[in-house]
Unconditional design. Structure first.
Length: 271
C-alpha cells in the first residue's frame, strides 16, 4: 500500500511534469535559440529549459516549501523535510532545439536520500511514465487508462537491442564511439535517442532490452531509474556499483550482467 506521503509526492510530480511539458510543447518559439552552453559549445541550454525549471520549482515551493530541490539548470536548496526533488526540466535539449520529438520532462522525489517517486513526461509521444517505490511502473498514452509496464524477457545478448548516448565533450564522445564500435557486432543493434530519461522508460516499457551511458547526472536518471527498476529491470553502474557519472546501465535480467561485463572490459567508464 502506497504511503500517503508518496501519494502526495506523486501527485505533485505528475502535475509538475504535465504543466512543464505543456509549456515546452505549446510555448516553443519559432525562433528558439541557444541561451547558454555548459560543458562544451554544443552542450546547450535554451530559454525554455530555464522557463520549465522555474515552473516546476515554483510549483514545488508552493506545495512543499520545506523540501529540497536539485535542478539541472541551477535550482538548488537543502530543505528541512527529508524530501528532495531532482528535476530535469528538459531532457533532450538538442532534440528540442532542432524540433525532434524525443525529449522529456523528468521529475523525481527522494526521501532520506532514496528515490521514492519518479515521473517522466514525453509530450510529443503523448506518454507519461510514473512509479512509486514498491508500487510498480505505469504509463498513460495512446491507450485506455494506465498500463502496467514490464521489461522484455531477456534474449541472448546477440539479439538484444540496446540504446546509448554520447557526451558533449569531444574527447569523451570519441572514446564512447570506440566502445560502441566494439559493442555493436555483439548485439542486435544500438539506438541513440538523445534522451536518457526516455531510454530508461523504453527499457521499462519493453521497447529496448538495455541501455547504457557514461557521464550522466542525477537529474538525468533519477526518475527513469526508478521506473525501470519497478518494471523489473536491473540497474547499476560498474560491477558491484550503483548508477553514477562513471556509468549507468539498465537492462532486462539476463541482459544486464553480460552487457555490464562487456562495458567493463571495453573501459566504457573512462578515457
Amino acid at each position: 500500500m502506497t504511503e500517503p506521503l508518496h501519494t502526495e509526492l506523486l501527485g505533485i510530480a505528475l502535475e509538475a511534469a504535465r504543466r512543464a511539458g505543456e509549456l515546452l510543447r505549446d510555448g516553443r518559439p519559432a525562433d528558439l535559440a541557444v541561451a547558454a552552453t555548459k560543458s562544451s559549445p554544443i552542450d546547450v541550454v535554451t530559454e525554455m529549459d530555464i522557463a520549465a525549471e522555474k515552473l516546476i520549482t515554483g510549483l514545488v515551493a508552493d506545495r512543499r516549501p520545506a523540501d529540497g530541490i536539485l535542478g539541472e539548470e541551477g535550482a538548488a536548496s537543502e530543505g528541512t523535510s527529508g524530501v528532495r526533488w531532482v528535476i530535469d526540466p528538459l531532457d533532450g535539449t538538442v532534440n528540442y532545439l532542432y524540433g525532434l520529438p524525443t525529449w522529456a520532462v523528468s521529475v523525481a522525489a527522494e526521501q532520506d536520500g532514496e528515490t521514492v517517486v519518479g515521473v517522466v513526461a514525453v509530450p510529443m509521444r503523448g506518454e507519461t511514465f510514473h512509479a512509486v517505490r514498491g508500487g510498480g511502473a505505469w504509463a498513460t498514452g495512446a491507450w485506455d487508462g494506465e498500463r502496467r509496464l514490464a521489461c522484455r524477457p531477456a534474449p541472448p545478448l546477440d539479439q538484444a537491442l540496446v540504446a546509448t548516448g554520447f557526451n558533449y565533450v569531444t574527447e569523451v564522445r570519441t572514446h564512447q564511439a570506440e566502445v560502441a564500435r566494439k559493442l555493436v557486432p555483439l548485439l542486435r543493434d544500438i539506438r541513440r535517442s538523445g534522451s536518457a530519461a526516455v531510454d530508461l522508460c523504453d527499457v521499462a516499457a519493453g521497447r529496448l532490452d538495455g541501455y547504457y551511458e557514461r557521464g550522466l547526472h542525477a537529474w538525468d536518471y533519477a526518475a527513469g531509474d526508478l521506473i525501470a527498476r519497478e518494471a523489473g529491470a536491473l540497474t547499476g553502474g560498474r560491477p558491484s556499483q550503483g548508477l553514477s557519472g562513471d556509468l549507468t546501465v539498465a537492462a532486462s535480467p539476463g541482459v544486464f550482467e553480460p552487457l555490464q561485463r562487456l562495458l567493463e572490459d571495453f573501459g566504457a567508464w573512462h578515457d
